[in-house]
Design a protein around this ligand. Sequence first.
Ligand SMILES: NC(=O)c1ccc[n+]([C@@H]2O[C@H](COP(=O)([O-])OP(=O)(O)OC[C@H]3O[C@@H](n4cnc5c(N)ncnc54)[C@H](O)[C@@H]3O)[C@@H](O)[C@H]2O)c1
Ligand SMILES: O=C(O)[C@H]1O[C@H](OP(=O)(O)OP(=O)(O)OC[C@H]2O[C@@H](n3ccc(=O)[nH]c3=O)[C@H](O)[C@@H]2O)[C@H](O)[C@@H](O)[C@@H]1O
Length: 345
Amino acid sequence: MATDSSNGHHQATKQPPLPSPLRFSKFFQSNMRILVTGGAGFIGSHLVDRLMENEKNEVIVADNYFTGSKDNLKKWIGHPRFELIRHDVTEPLLIEVDQIYHLACPASPIFYKYNPVKTIKTNVIGTLNMLGLAKRVGARILLTSTSEVYGDPLVHPQPESYWGNVNPIGVRSCYDEGKRVAETLMFDYHRQHGLEIRVARIFNTYGPRMNIDDGRVVSNFIAQALRGEPLTVQSPGTQTRSFCYVSDLVDGLIRLMEGANSGPINLGNPGEFTMTELAETVKELINPTVEIKNVENTPDDPRQRKPDITKAKELLGWEPKVKLRDGLPLMEEDFRLRLGVGKKS
Ligand SMILES: NC(=O)c1ccc[n+]([C@@H]2O[C@H](COP(=O)([O-])OP(=O)(O)OC[C@H]3O[C@@H](n4cnc5c(N)ncnc54)[C@H](O)[C@@H]3O)[C@@H](O)[C@H]2O)c1
Ligand SMILES: O=C(O)[C@H]1O[C@H](OP(=O)(O)OP(=O)(O)OC[C@H]2O[C@@H](n3ccc(=O)[nH]c3=O)[C@H](O)[C@@H]2O)[C@H](O)[C@@H](O)[C@@H]1O
């Protein structure tokens, strides 16, 4: 059954298709078959770890390895409840599943700007393909949208009701406008075809397995601190972000998928920091001898960002538990191992 969303604006008109007849066969095992697109990436691989903890779940990952890697999933390769497919979501995928977590899309600005046409295809055609799959098999589908749909926000903190301030022709548009269209597609499939949808608007998330040198601020600062290189604060340094530890985020995604509300729902940590404050914290916790330097910024960088998570608290009973000062050291160990930098005695 399709559910109404909390604000009642997007009433579904049709029922989704029935699940496969096998569901009613007496030999059917009541496993939940879950597709995670982008499951070889940073958030996706942590989500897979959590889904695999439940013995009733079978997990299928579809990923083209653009920014993800098999290494992130190595502990599951060969497991009977796990399957890994090299697949680009801009091509159709014909499989049978009960739920789809649709994450596939490069997330770091360096990577999503590298081939912007491909990024927008991934967001638009990729989401259309996954919605088509969900429609054919009657699966519930969750999209990982982003706080970038709010653009350079004129409302602070950002509630889900805010429509955003986005440059439609800028260098970030392939990502932020791409995600806005992906959200539109989700709600149109819900209204037109009765699909069960869930939309998460994720705010900056960090943790182990982020790509080293992927350009995102937390991974940059930690790698720089461990290598003894200056921390590069992009000017003016007063721009703010709110950083959520990945285990909290994964918990929010699963609650959203399992709950009754379509969203969109903000998932993020409301603790807000300037980039200069973040650099000072990394310096203090990881390498007090390192220098902090100001460097040029990129166009259209949002000046402030902080989630209003009232909806997540009320509808999902969710709020983040890990503070930035506790999360950064949890990430340090993984970066030390991958960079081959030992702990100072
Ligand atoms: N990490 C964040 O702070 C953040 C914030 C907001 C939204 N999100 C969203 O969460 C999702 C995951 O982000 P992440 O931080 O784990 O990024 P990531 O780059 O580590 O993971 C993305 C994964 O998608 C795969 N992928 C990219 N294009 C694909 C395609 N065309 N077909 C198949 N696979 C493809 C990549 O190889 C990678 O494994 C993304 O949709 C991103 O937009 C992340
Ligand atoms: O939360 C979100 O919705 C989005 O957040 C990030 O986008 P952004 O906030 O621009 O992430 P970063 O590249 O980590 O930049 C954060 C801030 O740090 C600054 N920065 C970045 C890198 C660096 O070395 N130094 C530095 O000061 C940037 O100028 C920016 O102001 C993600 O990369 C997007 O995928 C995600 O959708």
